[in-house]
Design a protein around this ligand. Structure first.
Ligand SMILES: [Zn+2]
Ligand SMILES: [Zn+2]
Length: 240
């Protein structure tokens, strides 16, 4: 007789998921093909971040460079920034769905992309912290997309998830239409740390997209001021 080790609860969850997929089959967030949230054709088109990269900011460099010119000229407070993918199609469209079209169900599948290449970066982590949204923006959107990524990433990787220890203290304009200087100014003093848990700890900040790194930098400053020994950033996608 075959032994079935699944618990009644696991069987029930499996049954519910099967019924849900029969009634509402997943469609690809990019091309609408029925079957998966990211179909195999779109998955194969994802551009992954490949070495050589700057050891600090994670931008591509020519092979013999350790640091890029930007990091040599203006060293960042972060130990390193890494990203799973390049912000190009189809990831850019899928992130837009996650952020602006209410497709919060994409959080797990996008976090899985981050998990799939995490071993490449070899970063020590005590706490995983999502970049917070201002409470008004989170209320309007219904969720914080970075928190969706960070929570699943932490759960699957076995890290301590600390979503409530970093707060956004003022409302900031969206970074997307600003240049590098404006971005840095826009997020200056926009974050605050709650409590003292980060003292002597290494923190990994999670965000959906990194462009100039100004948001991660502003958050890193307050974490380091609160006693963290190192702050790194890990993003789903890097805009180059
Ligand atoms: Zn597709
Ligand atoms: Zn760099």
């Amino acid at each position: 007789m075959a032994l079935d080790s699944a618990s009644p609860k696991t069987k029930l969850v499996g049954l519910v998921e099967t019924l849900r997929d029969m009634l509402f089959p997943p469609v690809c967030a990019n091309c609408r093909q029925v079957g998966k949230l990211i179909c195999s054709e779109c998955y194969d088109r994802i551009e992954w971040v490949k070495k050589p990269i700057c050891s600090c900011c994670g931008r591509p460099v020519i092979s013999n460079q350790v640091l890029c010119k930007a990091c040599l000229d203006h060293p960042m407070p972060l130990k390193q920034i890494r990203a799973a993918t390049v912000f190009s199609e189809p990831i850019s469209t899928i992130i837009h769905k996650l952020k602006y079209e209410g497709a919060f169900g994409l959080g797990h599948v996008l976090a899985d992309l981050m998990i799939s290449v995490w071993h490449e970066w070899k970063i020590y982590v005590d706490y995983v912290v999502p970049i917070p949204l201002h409470p008004d923006r989170e209320k309007k959107r219904g969720y914080n997309q970075s928190a969706l990524l960070a929570r699943w990433f932490s759960q699957q990787s076995g890290y301590v998830y600390a979503p409530d220890l970093l707060k956004r203290t003022r409302f900031t304009a969206p970074q997307v239409s600003l240049n590098a200087e404006e971005r840095a100014k826009n997020v200056q003093n926009a974050f605050a740390v709650v409590g003292h848990q980060f003292k002597g700890k290494q923190v990994l900040l999670i965000d959906d997209v990194c462009t100039t790194g100004s948001t991660l930098t502003a958050a890193a400053h307050v974490l380091l001021d609160s006693g963290a020994t190192a702050v790194s950033g890990y993003c789903l996608a890097r805009a180059l």
